[in-house]
Design a protein around this ligand. Structure first.
Ligand SMILES: [Zn+2]
Length: 98
């Protein structure tokens, strides 16, 4: 699934508020999945030099919404599961967006 496109050149996209994307897209390229100092997980997003044009905008991996295909097929819906972690509490809990 692809987010948007949105951004300053598409300010009326539904995710835009105050000139920026409320979902924080586009993400940035990242070679590995890491847990940032803020405890947010930054998922691997490789720059493979592949892109497509959607509504006149060049779209590459930084616009891809993470998904789990097995859950999408089972529930016939887009299910976005993100891993959230607390370094001090040693707990990991899933965050599910349907
Ligand atoms: Zn957006």
């Amino acid at each position: 699934m692809i987010h948007g496109p949105c951004g300053t050149d598409i300010p009326h996209a539904p995710c835009m508020d105050g000139g920026s994307c409320t979902k924080h897209y586009p993400k940035s390229f990242c070679d590995d999945t890491i847990i940032e100092e803020s405890d947010f997980v930054r998922y691997r997003c490789k720059d493979d030099d592949k892109s497509v044009i959607i509504r006149g905008k060049n779209i590459d991996n930084i616009w891809v919404v993470p998904y789990i295909s097995d859950l999408c097929v089972k529930y016939n819906a887009h299910i976005n599961v993100k891993c959230c972690a607390k370094k001090q509490g040693h707990s990991i809990s899933p965050q599910v967006h349907v």
